[in-house]
Design a protein around this ligand. Structure first.
Ligand code: ARG
Length: 400
């Protein structure tokens, strides 16, 4: 009697793109796996039913789509706004945020399907492999991690050839060589002409920030305890709000970032991003903090923000330091409630006002008119003592 040995099973994070489509076939043929394709909706757009169909056509034994948009918005985007998480002061962590979420869904699916391994389609040169693998090993150390794209060593043309040889249907062409990653929080575009940091990005790389708006306008964003809650006075669920802001602010051509960034793996790379909602929400949130955070807290929080962004960028979402910093950040947001006014015109965004019921801006302390309540006589002694140390130094050691 023939004995059937059950095959090893792997859950692959499947985007429907060239690499992960070929990975379905490759893991099946070259590594003898049964492949379960898992596609996570983090707001990247496109037809995910179609993505699911293509996974099955490529040879997956099962294919699933999980709508994780709310989870992404609430558990990843909102904390980023509260933290003011900008890697190297510029990048709003778009891809860095989706990886830990996708990793957790891979682990959940692996348990449901009784899989031995999970797989991702990242190369060996980027940050995303770090984020997936560090997350999976923290959440489920018993699972193997497969990284076919890192292993097979194909050029892009080799990958296209492998697809053709094995009948894997793909959409990629040899002409548009960009690597794109997109979610609710923005869009990352790499490769092609942009590999020369001096070369301007070709205009066809942009999608979210095409300046089509013709009239200047003003918007009002409301926050409650640090979380964005209203647009022009109407309450919106976070996914809705971010989505609307992407369209609205994007239509003014606002939200482009062109930078050279330090990857975790030691490579400097030229990166182009589009993140209109992130641009306006982070700017407005920071302005509301200017009004409502006490000085020492504000200054200390900006140090925390930088460390937080580094951790998240480096793939350490599931780490005790990130959790502890988030506890600090959440506590710091108790009084970050109010509204910010932003003017939009083609190519620019300007904050023109802010207000809060719990504002620390005290008119009577700040004013120069007759309503002034500041005790001017306190200033003289304060200033004298404040400068006493440097005054003594200059006198004794510099002979002044
Ligand atoms: N450089 C960015 C990051 O490390 C974007 C990565 C985008 N990924 C991609 N496959 N295009 O977060």
């Amino acid at each position: 009697m023939r004995r059937t040995v059950s095959k090893r099973k792997v859950v692959l994070a499947y985007s429907g793109g060239l690499d992960t489509s070929v990975a379905v076939k490759w893991l099946t043929l070259e590594r003898d796996y049964e492949v379960v394709a898992l596609s996570i909706d983090v707001g990247q757009g496109g037809d995910l039913d179609d993505v699911r169909e293509r996974a099955l056509k490529a040879g997956a034994v099962a294919a699933e789509v999980v709508d994780a948009r709310d989870e992404f918005a609430e558990n990843f985007v909102v904390p980023t706004i509260m933290a003011h998480g900008l890697y190297e002061g510029k990048y709003p962590l778009v891809s860095s945020l989706s990886r830990p979420l996708i990793a957790r869904h891979l682990v959940d699916a692996a348990a449901r399907y009784g899989a031995d391994a999970v797989a991702h389609g990242c190369t060996g040169k980027g940050n995303d492999q770090v984020r997936f693998e560090v997350a999976v090993r923290t959440l489920a150390p018993q699972l193997d991690v497969e990284a076919p794209v890192r292993e097979w060593g194909f050029t892009r043309d080799d990958t296209i050839d492998y697809a053709a040889q094995h009948g894997v249907e793909i959409r990629a062409t040899r002409a548009k060589p960009y690597s794109i990653d997109q979610n609710l929080w923005g869009r990352a575009i790499e490769c092609g002409e942009m590999e020369d940091p001096w070369a301007a990005p070709p205009s066809d790389v942009y999608e979210m920030t095409l300046p089509t708006a013709t009239e200047a306008r003003e918007i009002v964003l409301g926050f409650e305890a640090g979380r964005p809650s209203t647009l022009d006075g109407s309450k919106l669920p976070t996914v809705e709000l971010v989505d609307q802001l992407n369209r609205l602010v994007g239509s003014y051509g606002v939200g482009r970032i062109d930078m050279v960034e330090n990857r975790r793996v030691g490579i400097k790379s030229r990166e182009v991003y589009e993140s209109p909602a992130a641009a306006v929400l982070m700017t407005a949130h920071a302005q509301l903090e200017d009004l409502t955070l006490e000085r020492d807290l504000a200054h200390y929080k900006s140090l925390v923000a930088q460390r937080w962004a580094d951790l998240v960028y480096d793939g350490l979402w599931y780490s005790p330091l990130r959790e502890a910093l988030d506890a600090f950040i959440l506590y710091s947001q108790r009084f970050v409630t109010g509204e910010v006014r932003i003017g939009l015109e083609r190519g620019s965004m300007t904050v023109t006002g802010r207000r809060s019921e719990v504002s620390l801006y005290d008119f009577e302390l700040a004013t120069y008119d007759s309503r002034d309540s500041f005790r001017h006589s306190d200033a003289e002694g304060f200033v004298r003592l404040f400068g006493l140390g440097t005054q003594t130094w200059a006198k004794r050691q510099l002979g002044r």
